[in-house]
Design a protein. Sequence first.
Length: 201
Amino acid sequence: MKTILIIEDEKELRDLLGRALDHEGFQVLTAENGKEGVKLAEEQHPDLILSDIQMYPTNGYETLEKIRKLPSTRSIPFILMTAEPSFEGMRQGMDAGADDYLSKPFRLKDLKIAIESRFRRLDSVESSEKESRSSLVSLISDMKHMGDSSKVNRMKESFRHLLEEADVREIDSINENLRTLILAAYQFHEQMDQLQSQCKS
């Protein structure tokens, strides 16, 4: 069962959204402000966060920024809600890492569509991430041609640690950097082999 955290300072709306999502089969967590929401997100690791923007003392943008800075919560899909939609506000939310943006009042049907879209996207990303991680593990294991010096072994362990700690959003970058490094190593060893052959001849 997927868990959704609702961060909303208006109790009536918070309860309404909670009942609606519970009816849809989700486990629901609620927080009445951003500070409480960040704490709950750290403790419970919900599958998605639905947050209002206009809250005090921590508004939705600030809540989002804190969520994105925490290693344990930074990859959680985050949907912002606002009663005062504007292009500037939407841009600010997206720049801070929001995954979607809903303008109040919205239909429960629209909320459901937004949530399902995020979960489909997350499933796709996680599937791709598993393939990328598997590919990276194989690449690290195949770095035998780089030798077994202490420096090379430390580099291998660094990549393994980085892979274990990496966020979904960072996997592609790690993959690209590692492939670039391995290609450079191959080219270096090929050049060394050619030089050794020339010296022997």
